[in-house]
Design a protein around this ligand. Structure first.
Ligand code: SF4
Ligand code: SF4
Length: 319
């Protein structure tokens, strides 16, 4: 059995989360404070799924600092998680109900909510929407984990009869206050460090500074992928790759980096091993509000002429 992380370990993890984003020591200490509260079981996280593929859970459990075992056994006092909790049936229902009644929890919600077809997503044998109103209203803060929860994502693709939409849409429809309570952490999947860092910050200090429209924490989503891309110098010189594997910016091969906000170029994925553009693939804007919604989303367009996104250098500077 592994030992509990020491105070030094927690400070190291806080520093790692902050350093990956170029954040200062003050923020690192805030992250460490939040993690310590989770470690001491002073604060609890209830994690629930709507319409999702569980990819954000998998991504979270692939975090490298702290690793999955530390997350599960020590750091995150998850009172319930549909995929990894051993509790099932009445026991699981009891845990969720007691937690919600206590009002002493932070909610992480993964997946979207079927606004037009409640029976498309069940919890405890009933439409999730039946229970969700109370769960959202009682939570101390809500983190929408991944693009499905934050903006609707793939389950809200045009033509889906379920009417899948974001947690914010559900809260607005049911008049549940979102101000100073809801934080969106998009990504398909969400980057584990953005999620853990946001949760730690919220637990320690309350909500971080958010984008006024998207409700995304600026510390993790303040820059576009394009602005920090190592191929940006090619963009400036208008050197565009015409075929995969060519030298140059991938814009004319469909890259939507200008429309995506996140930290992929700096922190990369899988413990800093690689990320989409460095692997030679265009960014498909998985953190953006419009991701996967329109039928004509140009995941991989053949050329700029097929690209519905008009984006210029002027837009970039304005952004
Ligand atoms: S368009 Fe894509 S490849 Fe080109 S600089 Fe922007 S993010 Fe990088
Ligand atoms: S580079 Fe783009 S598509 Fe890839 S993970 Fe980052 S935001 Fe998503």
């Amino acid at each position: 059995m592994m030992e509990s992380p020491s105070r030094r370990d927690v400070l190291r993890i806080g520093a790692y989360l902050a350093a990956g984003m170029g954040l200062g020591r003050g923020t690192a200490r805030v992250f460490a404070e939040g993690l310590q509260k989770l470690l001491d079981k002073q604060e609890k996280i209830l994690w629930l799924h709507g319409m999702s593929c569980s990819g954000c859970s998998v991504s979270f459990l692939n975090a490298d600092q702290p690793g999955p075992v530390e997350i599960l056994t020590e750091i995150v006092s998850l009172v319930y998680h549909p995929t990894i909790s051993s509790a099932t049936g009445d026991v699981a229902v009891g845990v969720v109900e007691r937690t919600v009644k206590s009002g002493d929890y932070f909610l992480v919600f993964e997946g979207s909510v079927p606004l037009d077809m409640p029976e498309a997503c069940l919890m405890q044998g009933r439409p999730i929407a039946d229970s969700l109103t109370g769960i959202l209203a009682n939570a101390k803060a809500i983190i929408a984990a991944g693009t499905c929860a934050a903006f609707g994502g793939i389950p809200s693709a045009q033509g889906n009869p379920t009417g899948g939409d974001s947690i914010k849409a559900f809260m607005d429809r049911n008049r549940i206050p979102t101000k100073n309570r809801l934080i969106n952490c998009p990504g398909c999947p969400v980057h584990p460090q953005s999620l853990l860092g946001t949760a730690a910050y919220v637990i320690a200090k309350g909500l971080p500074k958010l984008d006024a429209n998207l409700l995304t924490p600026n510390m993790f989503y303040g820059h576009s992928v394009h602005d920090e891309c190592p191929k940006f110098h090619y963009w400036e010189k208008r050197v565009f790759a015409k075929h995969f594997g060519d030298e140059g910016c991938l814009f004319k091969l469909g890259c939507l980096g200008p429309l995506s906000h996140g930290s992929c170029p700096g922190r990369q994925w899988n413990g800093g091993v690689n990320w989409c553009v460095r692997a030679g693939a265009p960014c498909v804007s998985c953190t953006s509000e419009g991701f996967a919604k329109r039928k004509d989303l140009p995941f991989y367009r053949k050329g700029e002429a097929h690209h519905a996104v008009a984006y210029s250098e002027r837009d970039r500077q304005g952004a």
